[in-house]
Design a protein around this ligand. Structure first.
Ligand code: NAD
Ligand code: TYD
Length: 338
């Protein structure tokens, strides 16, 4: 099978490329990535020379380039990870989110249709459902929960999901969508909460917790996400949406305290800063559909996963220090003024 993975130089995409090469060595993989600030070929250095893997630098929203790539490669499967993904950046500059996430998805859908792709999979997020109240622990997102987005990021992801579903209904393009909760694990860009807190704590720098730190996220190890997508590609029903999550809700403060404890750093590093605009209160996934239909179950407990993740960041200082020393430095100063 020939698989196009877009955004394969980003956090989840590079984990998925590693996952495919380990679990399906018979497949051929093309990784298309624009190498924005979030794309990093250092995450793929160990597999760059594999004969069944190829990297192509390119933009999913560049229709001409996408058409030429599809004409040349004749993909069987497309898995679209490529996106602008950081909520804070979407609040500062929504335009690029609409371009990449919505128009990029459309370009991939058109090419998938034209060249007869057998499965188009859209990697989406639970953020399309908006948020749940903090005082209703009985409520969870199901696949039927109405879309109710809060940020330009989540709105652009919801827009792309709707386009994907429209290509199924109107053109019978064989599509699937997965909506996963917050991921953590190796190779996550240090603008996101867990690696940001980890890398700053290692430097004894202040940890900027938004608002009161009571917001809840439902954390899933990135390898469990990759395994779920693989199952959907193999056994998922066309036209269907699958929520992915492991019932692992934690407040941001709980996660930050856990990181500090693991690194033996003081709680005095915690600094409460101005809240994010439109900050979603709580995300929580009901994963019954993927468990029941496809037999998926997460393999990681949070305790094991976070321990391994912390160990990975300790062992791969060079990987994240390169990022912190680069253009990210300016972003951080502008964004946090600290
Ligand atoms: P990321 O920001 O780490 O990586 C995104 C990748 O996409 C980067 O390599 C970047 O260079 C590439 N990219 C951006 N614009 C592009 C374009 N126009 N053309 C080609 N490549 C482009 O993101 P991530 O955290 O790995 O997320 C991957 C996908 O999973 C996204 O679609 C995101 O919405 C979804 N998702 C993420 C999470 C999470 O917790 N990180 C949870 C659920 C769903
Ligand atoms: P993030 O990793 O940006 O993921 P998302 O907003 O997509 O869930 O943030 C996770 C949570 O951590 C979210 O509630 C915002 C909070 N947060 C902070 O408190 N401080 C920070 O510096 C960042 C980046 C996030």
């Amino acid at each position: 099978m020939k698989i196009l993975v877009t955004g394969g130089a980003g956090f989840i995409g590079c984990n998925f490329v590693h996952y495919l090469l380990e679990n399906h060595p018979e497949d051929k993989i093309v990784n298309l990535d624009l190498l924005t600030y979030a794309g990093n070929l250092e995450s793929l250095a160990d597999i760059a020379d594999k004969p069944n893997y190829q990297f192509v630098k390119g933009d999913i929203a560049d229709m001409e380039q996408i058409d030429a790539l599809f004409a040349r490669e004749q993909f069987d499967v497309v898995v679209n990870f490529a996106a602008e993904t950081h909520v804070d950046r979407s609040i500062k500059d929504p335009g690029v989110f609409v371009r990449t996430n919505v128009m990029g998805t459309q370009a991939l859908l058109d090419a998938s249709r034209k060249y007869g792709v057998k499965r188009y999979h859209q990697v989406s997020t639970d953020e399309v459902y908006g948020d749940l109240p903090l005082d209703r622990k009985d409520l969870f997102f199901t696949e039927e929960t109405p879309l109710h987005t809060s940020s330009p990021y989540s709105a652009s992801k919801a827009g792309s999901d709707l386009l994907v579903l429209s290509y199924y209904r109107t053109f019978a393009l064989p599509v699937t969508i997965s909506r996963c909760s917050n991921n953590y694990g190796a190779y996550q860009f240090p603008e996101k909460m867990i690696p940001l807190m980890l890398t700053r704590a290692l430097h004894d720098e202040a940890l900027p917790v938004y608002g009161t730190g009571e917001n809840v996220r439902d954390w899933l190890h990135v390898k469990d996400h990759c395994a779920a997508i693989d199952l959907i590609l193999q056994k998922g029903r066309e036209g269907e949406i699958y929520n992915i999550g492991g019932h692992n809700e934690k407040t941001n403060l709980e996660v930050v305290r856990l990181i500090l404890e693991a690194l033996d750093k003081p709680e005095s590093l915690i600094h409460f800063v101005e809240d994010r605009k439109g900050h979603d209160l709580r995300y929580a996934i009901n994963p019954e559909k993927i468990e029941r239909e496809l037999g998926w179950k997460p393999q990681y407990t949070f305790e094991k996963g976070i321990r391994e993740t912390i160990a990975w960041y300790l062992e791969h200082r060079e990987w994240w220090q390169h990022i912190l020393d680069g253009a990210y430095k300016e972003y951080f100063q502008k964004m946090y003024k600290m």
